[in-house]
Structure formats: structure tokens, C-alpha cells
Design a protein around this ligand. Structure first.
Ligand code: SF4
Length: 482
């Protein structure tokens, strides 16, 4: 069984969010709008953030470690002029956690000044980088995104769009990209469509027409009053420049593999992702879980915040009262000084506190979205029991997580995934739950309405939707991050 560690105490036992991107095209307040968009996407990455803007001649850039609201003070935004802007908020899935790896990356090359921000993970970045270095490219950072800029800079294509097309056809894996040149924004999604990228429009307040906006999630549109139009399609590139907007398919059609975990956990419930409201999927996950794993109980309690929507669905399907009997402290930072006196389950107690009178003497169904290492879940079960619960039945709104992700999500290696190494009964015993139930893969498919087989489920099945010729190298990278 996994050992307790400082990391467990500091971080939630969850897969970690990836990154968020935004792009604003044709608005006098472009960098302000990019800032607001990033603010809404903060949940997708809390380590660093950056914005690049263009006034038609020059690209301006600012990036820093930390949260969006701390980085972009009015004087910083005042130094990012122009009607075009791209932005990024980062949680490192590839490359180290240092400012050098903060995005957007910008360079001056034979295509002019360009900047790029990326959500995803290029699975063949290692080989591409070695080839580029052999040919004389010098890398500043360890992030896979820099590879894209080098490929663009080396392309013999005359136009930026041509160079991007050529570069993207060499990439394998997951990428939702936003590029900025002095006079245009170009956005693209990988041919499998792993990560989301939504398109919206916004009427300019000065009556000077419509501005196009792009973001990882539509919750970014709501704050700036933009209207969701649809998604950048898998394998599609959209160019917004002086000639207006053009859309083209740059890559042959490939089997879609949209990340189902966006609906299970990552995306905000107020977003529409892959054309479907996330809240709707999550409540359906809970309903189907209640049908597949029923149990007699007095209350349904979510593990906040990730289990709330599924618990609402479970409770309403089962006809059992929903109670918010675990209260989350939203102000716990990533670091704190641990008291010298040992306190049992300290990290979990910092984050969650039980509402005793809702739990005392009750048979409790505890709903969460996933179990990764199992250590935090065990502590939560212990917490609920010590608050007086008579029985604790754990219900998980997705199947057991058995494989790591190589498409832009930070997951532990196989050795750390509890479900990869233990039966459901062994996990139940480890958590000391009275019963444990997971949703089936078929029900997960139903909850996201995957009639066209458009989703990736590799972390539940181990069946990766792309060929991973360098899987040992990718696995070793996961091991190093533990
Ligand atoms: Fe998403 Fe899992 Fe596929 Fe990664 S492996 S893209 S987390 S469904």
C-alpha cells in the first residue's frame, strides 16, 4: 500500500489540473480580457501565469510564478498594449516548475516575433528535441512547448500559418495551442482533440464590430460577456487576422479522444466542454452510480468540492437526503509551516472539517470523483467515523484509475495508483470503509453521452488512443516526478 508522505499532506490525492489558455483577437482591452479569462481558468494551473499582447508591430510579454490575480496588477496590464493577446496559466505536466518554463513562450525568428501557449503534452517531444539539438537548436527551458517554437522557426514555409501546419504535423499527443504574431492570432487543436478549446464572440463596447475569443473552458467567456459559439474542432486551425477569420483542417481526420476526465473532475461545472455542460455530466455520473452501487443509508455526503455534483445526482436518484457534512477550507495554500507537535491526519484536517450533528449515528454514503493513491480517502473515512458516523459507504463517480496519463494531466506512476495494484476489496479494507463502489466504464460513457466514441478513457483501461513508441521514456518521466 502507498506510504503516507509530506506530498500527501500538502496536496489533494487527485490528478492535477493541466493548463489553461485564452486568446483575444481584435479588442482594445485585449490584455485586460485575457487577464479576466485566465482568472476564470485559475483552477487549471496555479504555478505560473503569463500574457503576451501585440499592438500590430511589437509583442509585449509578462509572466511570473504565482496566481493570476497576484501577477497582473494594473501597472503590469498597462505594459501589455494592443488589440491581440494570448494568456496561459500553468500546472507543470512536463518540464520543471520554474519561471523559465512559464508560458507563453516568445521568440524572434525568420517569421517575425511569435509567442505560443499550450495545454496538453507532446508525447514525442523528447525525440523532436534531440533531433533539433543535433541540428543546432539551443533550448532555454525544459518544457515540451518550446519544441513547437523551434519547429516553426526552422520551417522553410514562408508564412507563419504554413510553418505552424508543418510543425503541428510532426507533433504526437495532446495540444490545444494559441499563437500570437504581430498582426494575428492562430489557434489549433490536435487531431484527436484531447484537450478542449472553445470559440466565442464578443461585441465591442465601442461599436467597432465583433471580437473573437478562445479559451480552454467557457467559464472564461461568462466573465467577459462573450458568447460561446462552438469548439475549435480536432485537427482544425483557426486564423484571425486583418483579413478576418479563416478556418481550415490542417491534419487528416483521426479517431477522436477527448479527455473524459475533463467532465469527471478537471473542468469547472459551469463550463461547457466538448459541447456538453459539465454539471449535467457530473449529476448523471452520480445518478448512474446510485443505480449501479445502491446501499441503504441515511445521508449522501460529497467530498467537497469535486464530489458535489455527483453526490447531488446520487442523492436524487436514490431518494436519500443530500447533506454538506464536510466543510472545505478554501484558503489552504500550497505551503504551510507544519507544527512540531504531530497531529493525526493534519493535512486533511486543514482542508476539511466534519459537521458533527449531520453525521452522528448516521449511515453515510460518501461520494468522491476518484481515488488516486487512496491515502486521503482513508483519512476522510476516518474523519467521518470519528465524527460519529455509524457506517461509511464510499462511492466513486468513475471507474478505478489504473494507468497514468501522457496527454497533459499530471498523474502518478503505476506503482502509486492504488487501483493498479489492489483489488476493490483490498482498497476498501485499506480505507476501512463499510463498502466501496466504483462507476462502470459503460456508465461513464453514458454519462458523457459518448455515442460517437469520441472520448479517451485510457486512465481507466490502459488502452492509449495514440501509439506511444517511447512509452518507457514517458513512464520514467512519471517516476522521476514522484
Ligand atoms: Fe484524460 Fe485519462 Fe485520457 Fe489522460 S488518459 S487524456 S486523464 S482520459
Amino acid at each position: 500500500m502507498p506510504e503516507d508522505s509530506v506530498r500527501d499532506r500538502l496536496h489533494e490525492d487527485h490528478f492535477h489540473d493541466e493548463c489553461g489558455v485564452v486568446a483575444i483577437c481584435g479588442h482594445p482591452e485585449a490584455s485586460n480580457l485575457a487577464y479576466l479569462g485566465l482568472y476564470q481558468l485559475q483552477h487549471r494551473g496555479q504555478e505560473s501565469a503569463g500574457i503576451c499582447s501585440s499592438d500590430g508591430r511589437t509583442i509585449y510579454s509578462h509572466k511570473s510564478m504565482g496566481h493570476v490575480a497576484e501577477i497582473f496588477m494594473p501597472e503590469v496590464l498597462g505594459g501589455l498594449p494592443g488589440e491581440l493577446a494570448i494568456g496561459h496559466t500553468r500546472y507543470s505536466t512536463a518540464g520543471d516548475t520554474v519561471l523559465l518554463n512559464a508560458q507563453p513562450f516568445s521568440v524572434a525568428c525568420n517569421k517575425g516575433q511569435i509567442a505560443v501557449a499550450h495545454n496538453g503534452n507532446i508525447t514525442n517531444a523528447g525525440e523532436l528535441r534531440r533531433d533539433l539539438e543535433r541540428d543546432g537548436s539551443i533550448f532555454q527551458a525544459s518544457s515540451d512547448t518550446e519544441v513547437i517554437l523551434h519547429l516553426v522557426a526552422r520551417s522553410r514555409e514562408r508564412t507563419l500559418a504554413g510553418a505552424l501546419r508543418e510543425a503541428m504535423l510532426q507533433l504526437e499527443g495532446a495540444f490545444s495551442l494559441v499563437f500570437l504574431a504581430s498582426d494575428r492570432v492562430i489557434v489549433a487543436r490536435d487531431p484527436h482533440g484531447f484537450r478542449p478549446l472553445a470559440l466565442g464572440r464578443l461585441d465591442r463596447s465601442d461599436g467597432q464590430g465583433t471580437c473573437f475569443v478562445f479559451a480552454s473552458e467557457t467559464c472564461a467567456f461568462d466573465l467577459i460577456d462573450a458568447t460561446y459559439v462552438g469548439d475549435v474542432e480536432p485537427g482544425e486551425m483557426i486564423i484571425v487576422g486583418p483579413e478576418g477569420m479563416t478556418r481550415e483542417r490542417y491534419a487528416p481526420v483521426r479517431a477522436h479522444a477527448q479527455c473524459v476526465f475533463e467532465h469527471v473532475y478537471f473542468s469547472r461545472p459551469d463550463s461547457i466542454v466538448f459541447g456538453r455542460p459539465v454539471q449535467q455530466s457530473r449529476e448523471m455520473l452520480g445518478r448512474l452510480l446510485a443505480r449501479e452501487c445502491p446501499v441503504d443509508a441515511d445521508v449522501v455526503v460529497p467530498v467537497p468540492d469535486s464530489g458535489v455534483a455527483a453526490a447531488i445526482g446520487y442523492a436524487s436518484e436514490a431518494g436519500i437526503p443530500f447533506r454538506q457534512a464536510l466543510i472545505r477550507n478554501h484558503y489552504v495554500g500550497r505551503t504551510f509551516i507544519e507544527p512540531s507537535q504531530a497531529i493525526r491526519d493534519f493535512g486533511v484536517k486543514l482542508k476539511l472539517n466534519p459537521v458533527r450533528h449531520l453525521l452522528e449515528g448516521k449511515r453515510v454514503i460518501l461520494v468522491d470523483d476518484s481515488i488516486v493513491r487512496g491515502t486521503t480517502s482513508a483519512k476522510i473515512v476516518r474523519m467521518v467515523r470519528s465524527a460519529g458516523a455509524r457506517e461509511v459507504h464510499v462511492r466513486i463517480s468513475c471507474p478505478p484509475t489504473v494507468s497514468p496519463c501522457f496527454y497533459g494531466v499530471d498523474t502518478p506512476c503505476v506503482a502509486e495508483l492504488i487501483a493498479a495494484n489492489n483489488s476493490i476489496e483490498e482498497i476498501r479494507r485499506f480505507m476501512d470503509a463499510d463498502s466501496l463502489g466504483y462507476l462502470s466504464l459503460e456508465a461513464l460513457r453514458e454519462a458523457v453521452d459518448d455515442r460517437g466514441r469520441d472520448y479517451c478513457y485510457a486512465c481507466y483501461t490502459g488502452e492509449y488512443p495514440t501509439e506511444l513508441v517511447n512509452i518507457e521514456e514517458l513512464m520514467a518521466a512519471k517516476d522521476r516526478r514522484v
